[in-house]
Design a protein around this ligand. Structure first.
Ligand code: KG4
Ligand code: ZN
Length: 346
């Protein structure tokens, strides 16, 4: 294929984003522009994402962001080869805004439209940033998802594990809320944990030792609530100790779960001929304790550990554009303009 240029749009949660990404003839990806507007402030008052507020904020911002992404890329709408927009999974209001805008732009420019699965965007990001080859393992840990996925090829994914209750980021957010820490909870819990005693509370490590590769975090949240109630009124020291113990339980749990996944990968691909890769994505991948544990785990199992830069691990439009480019480059068909957004889409 010759050089391809695509406009990406992302509106599935609380980030409005637009991006122009190039795929060079040799297959290399290049992010030409990448703009993200976070709605953090709009939602922080409520301690979580409010769907109606999110949808309205996307409506207000998206056309301006698309214009900015094109301007920064010095690209006119007519010069792009296609439009890629997130079609799911996510909050339906935002998905409608983004997909409709994508359809309108594609129609106006007379270009094909790619309706992208948001999770596929996360799954393929490491090919844009690091040129990782198939097959590889991807761990997605965000506010809405906790999944270990075998990425065999474009459009060819096998979910090896998922959470049976809360997502990992959700566990951090709920723990923070319980302890009166600000939203989003992950960074606040990590900060508090830094000067806490991680051995003070013996929190559960759900599913550790089990052969299946799933995750579970709601029991941990309950244990945190009980510890906080028992210590009430909680002091700064109690909060720090609870956060440190909570984070340690998470790290140990992930170490067990992901370790099993890496072993399974070696079993399934004995003759790979190169070092296999574990790729992380999602906001929780910013957690330093988790990162260090995953890095050590990869070294033990002789895996390459790949963590794309933070702004590409969290929600962005470059990953959506890239997922469209991967499909385009393979000559896979574009989507019909009647494609509907899907709030659930495994
Ligand atoms: O991928 P992401 O930005 O967006 C959505 O899921 O929509 O992930 C956000 C999640 C939140 O739950 C946040 O608390 C968590 O990532 N997070 C962290 C850290 N930074 C963000 N969790 C643990 N430690 C962190 N440093
Ligand atoms: Zn995401």
């Amino acid at each position: 294929a010759s050089q391809l240029r695509i406009l990406g749009i992302e509106t599935s949660c609380d980030e409005t984003a637009a991006s122009v990404v190039l795929r060079h003839a040799d297959g290399r990806g290049e992010i030409v522009s990448d703009v993200v507007l976070s709605q953090l402030e709009e939602h922080s008052l409520y301690g979580g994402v409010v769907p109606e507020i999110a949808a309205r904020a996307h409506v207000e911002a998206l056309d301006l962001l698309v214009e900015e992404a094109l301007d920064k890329a010095k690209t006119r709408l007519l010069d792009i080869d296609a439009v890629a927009a997130t079609a799911g999974p996510g909050l339906i209001g935002g998905l409608i805004v983004g997909l409709m805008t994508g359809k309108a732009l594609a129609r106006a420019a007379g270009k094909p439209l790619y309706a992208i699965n948001h999770l596929e965007g996360h799954a393929l990001t490491a090919r844009l940033t690091d040129g990782v080859e198939f097959p590889y393992l991807m761990l997605l840990v965000s506010g809405g998802h906790t999944q270990l996925v075998l990425v065999r090829g474009v459009g060819d994914y096998v979910r090896w594990g998922t959470t049976i209750d809360d997502a990992l980021g959700e566990a951090f957010d709920k723990t923070a809320k319980l302890l009166g820490l600000p939203y989003p909870g992950g960074p606040a819990v990590e900060r508090a944990a830094a000067h806490g005693d991680e051995k003070r509370f013996a929190f559960p490590r759900p599913l550790v030792g089990e052969a299946r590769l799933d995750f579970s975090f709601s029991g941990l949240k309950t244990a945190v609530r009980q510890a906080a109630e028992a210590a009430a009124p909680v002091t700064e020291k109690d909060i720090a100790d609870i956060c440190a113990s909570f984070q340690r339980a998470i790290v140990r749990t992930m170490d067990d779960r992901i370790g099993r996944g890496l072993k399974r990968f070696h079993d399934e691909f004995p003759g790979l001929g190169r070092q296999p890769a574990l790729v992380v994505a999602g906001g929780v991948a910013a957690n330093k304790a988790l990162r260090a544990a995953l890095l050590a785990l990869c070294e033990r199992h002789s895996f390459r550990f790949i963590a794309p830069p933070h702004h590409l691990c969290t929600d962005n439009a470059a990953m959506i554009a890239w997922a469209g480019l991967e499909r385009m480059a393979l000559g896979l068909p574009a989507d019909d303009f009647s494609t509907a957004p899907r709030s659930r889409w495994p």
